[in-house]
Design a protein around this ligand. Structure first.
Ligand code: KIV
Length: 284
């Protein structure tokens, strides 16, 4: 296999072809994403809530994130790997942000880019500066704006962004432009009204990857557990569920459990190993 490069993604974007990204959190889900030929795989900090049972992405310990990132990187396939920088791994100082970024890049040569959630520009000059420091050191960065779950408290909840006031729309636009100028090669737009996401996409010369941002972005990203129904059908409005793995899994495990209780599994012919009669006689 040949893994997609940022250059490949940029070339696809320039052709006007839609980009696909899906999250993965371990070796097995990473293999699913690679085998589906998605352009990009995001090791998102949504891992915290979808796979580890924490209540927020802000609870995710950096060590646990790195453990999962290593597992993802053991899977081999074409999707370009983007790693989220979890809450607490970069906010203390530029030095902390730079050294943790280098550590994440060094976990595996398959990590191609980092992703940072960025607040609105007037309040989050810090992350903009960090992004500038990283891109000036040759570390590829994806910016993430709109609904940024790590900043849930300063946003006042998990809400659509850029739909309340002119000021909010302008702040989103200015932040997007500043991130492009700071060297981001792509931007994730989360929960932004369709028209605004389409407009921002038309103003930028880097690809936008939307989630809950309509069809006018350069690409789409979904959380794997949402699109596969791994936790049932309780998902945000913007998710399309392509299957319900939770139902499938519970149905299958119930079947296994019932067959164990009824002594129908394992089947004597299909699932057991035999021993030569002569050998058995000697043993007995
Ligand atoms: O953590 C994540 O999965 C994300 C996506 C929702 C973009 O940041």
């Amino acid at each position: 296999f040949k893994a997609n490069t940022i250059h490949d993604i940029h070339e696809k974007y320039c052709r006007g072809a839609p980009l696909s990204m899906c999250t993965a959190y371990d070796y097995i889900t990473a293999n699913w994403v690679h085998d589906s030929n998605c352009d990009m795989l995001l090791v998102g900090d949504s891992l915290s809530m979808t796979s580890l049972g924490y209540e927020s992405t802000t609870d995710l310990p950096f060590e646990e994130f790195k453990y999962h990132l290593r597992s993802v990187c053991r899977a081999r396939g074409p999707a370009l790997i983007v790693a989220d920088m979890p809450y607490g791994s970069f906010e203390a100082s530029l030095e902390q942000g730079i050294s943790n970024s280098i550590e994440v890049m060094k976990l595996s040569s398959r990590v191609t880019s980092l992703k940072f959630e960025v607040g609105l520009h007037t309040k989050d000059q810090y992350t903009l500066n960090l992004v500038r420091e990283l891109t000036s050191r040759g570390i590829p960065v994806v910016g993430h704006i709109g609904l940024t779950p790590q900043k849930v408290h300063s946003l006042g909840g998990y809400k659509v962004q850029g739909n309340k006031s002119l000021n909010e729309m302008i702040e989103l636009q200015e932040t997007a432009m500043m991130l492009q100028k700071a060297g981001c090669w792509s931007l994730v737009l989360e929960c932004v009204p369709h028209k605004l996401a389409q407009y921002l996409t038309s103003q930028l010369s880097i690809p936008t990857i939307g989630i809950g941002a309509g069809s006018g972005t350069s690409g789409q990203v979904l959380v794997i557990s949402d699109l596969l129904g791994m936790q049932g059908s309780n998902v945000p409005k913007f998710v399309k569920q392509y299957t319900n793995l939770h139902e499938e899994a519970v149905r299958a495990i119930k079947g296994y459990n019932a067959e164990v209780q009824e002594k129908n599994f394992p089947n004597q012919d299909l699932h057991t190993f035999k021993i030569k009669e002569s050998l058995w006689k000697n043993f007995m």
